[in-house]
Design a protein around this ligand. Structure first.
Ligand code: HEC
Length: 147
């Protein structure tokens, strides 16, 4: 989704992505995606963390017959470190509440969304799904207690 990418970069301003490493960028990005979602569908009333959570955990049958969800690699608690289901490599927490680096680079975010959405749902996610997704991640701030 190159066009959305350029629009996002232009409207947020590159400087915003360099100066602060905190949750503000994630919130801005969530709002931007929500604006695009409303443009596409005026009835979109989100961002909805509830829908985002559902989407995150929803298992989808892949082309190879296996089932996977975003949670398969990012774990059911996005405040926790994840683990790649194919390579077993650790993945830093996805929640911007515990990992300020998340959602701070708009190009990376768009690239990863496109990649993973295609992997799991077979197409890029919509702006509504992305807004809901970030809204949900922003609610996950407590890493699980290690056993
Ligand atoms: C097969 C494993 C896997 C699955 C399944 C997966 N991801 Fe990821 N995800 C990764 C890896 C690996 C990274 C990048 C590593 C890193 O940045 O730490 C990542 C990073 C991301 C990022 C980048 C955030 C940022 O700003 O750094 C987003 C957004 C993302 N994933 C969204 C999703 C969504 C949406 C789904 C479900 C539709 C999903 N992922 C499913 C492995 C996965």
């Amino acid at each position: 989704m190159k066009k959305l990418n350029i629009l996002l970069a232009a409207s947020l301003g590159f400087a915003a992505f360099v100066a602060h490493a905190d949750v503000a960028n994630a919130v801005k990005l969530e709002k931007k995606y929500a604006l695009f979602a409303k443009e596409a569908n005026p009835e979109y009333s989100g961002p909805s963390a509830v829908d985002g959570k559902f989407f995150f955990n929803r298992k989808i049958k892949l082309a190879n017959g296996k089932e996977a969800a975003c949670a398969s690699c990012h774990t059911q608690n996005p405040a926790d470190e994840g683990k790649h289901i194919v390579t077993n490599k650790p993945i830093k927490p996805l929640s911007p509440m515990v990992n300020y680096k998340r959602f701070s680079d708009v190009d990376k975010v768009e690239e990863q969304f496109t990649l993973h959405c295609n992997d799991i749902i077979g197409s890029d996610c919509t702006a509504a799904e992305k807004a809901n997704y970030i809204a949900y991640l922003l609610t996950e701030k407590t890493p699980s207690v290690k056993k």
